[in-house]
Design a protein around this ligand. Structure first.
Ligand code: NAD
Length: 360
């Protein structure tokens, strides 16, 4: 397996391969860039078909975190971890604690959190072994205590982003009657469905877990569609909230939505798909910009709960997207290119330790 010459390597600072024979843990931790601060990113658990697939995923995800934190105006770098295994059958306290020890060995250069396939309980197990994990502490809010799960904040950020995209592409200041297809009703997708429903949007949904689809049908009057038809629904917004690479050579020609805006990381199979979306007049909300609510939430968990400041940061996701959409419109460049350029300006220019407000 090539690492340094991998096309996804992109100058990563450190890539750590973790093997614990007692628990059969196999994991990779990738630290992309720490110019703005410690590398914070989720720890995903997924039954990758090969080590190469796991490496590709972790490299792409950790790079995305560098860009995400920079554009969210947070003093954090980019990193990510993947555990190679089935999250339904392969978890144990011992395995998560072994992962915690590997994270600890990095001395705070990488800070882990939950991601697809891991949850608050897993991070609590890791926290038995390391101080360098977040997203698991009970939080106090004016509405009462809540778990450390960042997904509701991610969903709120996506909701704010969809509002900005609808304003830009459909010239509508509200979501009443706007049609949205949500791919995946997990931690983020279900919260997003609730927000959109409350704002008057009409929903089309899919998920391999039938109970989640039934819940969305009952609570939000959503229309259930087959997994492989969600992207081709006649809707205004396609919101990928499950896995990556869903905008690809097969799905792209079938898209009927005017907007692609959802929580999933790495939605574009390849960079060229941003150009193809642009050519077809489909507005793409760059994934790492619109799904920054989770990292924002975790940042505020680490640096002291401040509900008002957190809400301001989440709302800024909409402002940032509006700027990106406008600049893309003026320059003829893709929204993905514009977002990358703004992020790179921030993390290349600013030295480690700069405050969040200075970054923003
Ligand atoms: P999750 O695992 O809770 O939910 C994913 C959902 O997608 C599950 O309900 C799963 O059954 C469903 N799914 C799996 N395969 C599918 C398919 N082929 N078609 C439709 N649905 C399918 O994950 P999550 O925390 O909700 O995150 C969703 C996405 O958003 C992931 O890509 C994640 O990386 C990204 N994201 C999440 C957060 C967060 O705070 N949780 C933050 C940023 C980005």
């Amino acid at each position: 397996m090539s690492v340094f010459s991998s096309k996804d390597f992109d100058g990563h600072e450190q890539v750590v391969f973790c093997n614990d024979s007692d628990t059969s843990l196999k994991a990779i931790i990738a630290i992309h860039n720490r110019k703005l601060g410690p590398a914070l990113g989720g720890c995903r658990m997924y039954p990758y078909a090969s080590d190469e697939e796991a490496l590709r995923d972790v490299l792409r995800l950790s790079r995305g975190m560098t860009y995400k934190s920079a554009l969210a105006g947070l003093p954090l770098g980019g990193g990510k971890a993947v555990i190679i295994g089935d999250p339904f059958t392969g978890k144990s306290e011992a395995l998560m604690r072994a992962m915690g020890r590997f994270i600890d060995s990095l001395g705070g250069r990488y800070i882990g959190a939950e991601d697809s396939g891991t949850g608050v309980k897993d991070i609590q197990w890791m926290a038995q072994e390391t101080a360098h994990v977040a997203g698991f502490r009970e939080r106090r809010t004016t509405a009462g205590p809540r778990s450390g799960d960042p997904s509701p904040s991610t969903a709120y950020g996506v909701f704010v982003g969809i509002r900005a995209a609808v304003l830009h592409a459909l010239n509508s200041t509200h979501l009443d009657g706007v049609k949205v297809a949500i791919q995946g009703l997990g931690h983020v997708g279900m919260h997003l469905a609730e927000r959109l429903h409350n704002a008057g949007a009409r929903l089309w949904v899919c998920d391999p877990v039938a109970a989640r689809v039934h819940e969305a049908q009952e609570r939000f009057g959503a229309v259930a569609v087959p997994l492989d038809e969600i992207h081709s629904q006649k809707v205004d917004v396609f919101a990928p909230c499950a896995m990556g690479a869903v905008i690809n050579d097969r799905t792209l020609p079938q898209l009927k939505a005017r907007i692609v805006a959802g929580a999933a990381n790495n939605q574009l199979d390849e960079n060229r798909h941003a150009l193809e979306l642009h050519r077809r007049g489909i507005l793409y909300a760059p994934d790492y910009v619109i799904n920054a609510g989770g990292i924002i939430d975790i940042y505020f968990e680490i640096h002291g709960d401040d509900e008002v400041a957190e809400m301001v940061k989440l709302e800024e996701i909409g402002d940032t997207l509006s700027e990106i959409f406008a600049e893309a419109g003026e320059t003829g460049k893709t929204t993905a290119e514009i977002a990358d350029r703004i992020a790179e300006r921030r993390f290349m220019r600013i030295a480690k330790g700069t405050s969040a407000s200075a970054v923003a």
